[in-house]
Write a protein that binds this ligand. Structure first.
Ligand SMILES: [Zn+2]
Length: 151
């Protein structure tokens, strides 16, 4: 008997009428009202744990794979806007949070950053840390992550 789910299992969909889609408002509700508002401190430590685990489970072996999957899963459209030996800057256009009311100083896409971190960790031998530096919800023009490699 199977003991644990894999990412591949998630694609086994047996719904005939409703198919493989759920509305964005459900995803947002789980993310922002469920995780962000229900957990202490906006879910800080918990979302990192969840996100990393998800990221590590993804079927990726290159940075390009990760970015393509981010778009395929409709989390957003990621673009690398800066890259050097130690650092990456990734802008996410059309992030799932786009269009939500602005709340000054609030960045809500920490889980997606942690997913990115987990996925990058999976494909890199170096330690990697992802930090959310911009978010639509805090009034920025897009969401953005800073990736640092500890080499
Ligand atoms: Zn966002």
């Amino acid at each position: 008997m199977k003991e644990a789910f894999t990412y591949e299992d998630m694609k086994l969909i047996g719904r005939e009428k409703l198919g493989n889609q759920v509305p964005l408002e459900l995803f947002r509700t789980i993310r922002l009202i469920g995780l962000h508002q229900a957990l202490p401190m906006g879910g800080k430590g918990t979302t990192v744990t969840i996100g990393r685990k998800i990221g590590e489970s993804l079927p990726v072996s290159t940075l390009e794979d990760i970015l393509a999957l981010f778009e395929e899963l409709q989390i957003g459209i990621p673009k690398i806007v800066y890259q050097d030996e130690h650092k990456l800057r990734i802008v996410v256009e059309e992030c799932f949070c786009k269009g939500l009311p602005v709340m000054e100083g609030k960045m809500v896409c920490d889980l997606e950053g942690a997913i990115l971190e987990g996925a990058l960790h999976k494909i890199s031998k170096d330690k990697v840390a992802v930090r959310e530096v911009k978010c639509n919800v805090s009034g920025d023009e897009h969401c953005e992550y800073e990736v640092r490699y500890m080499r």
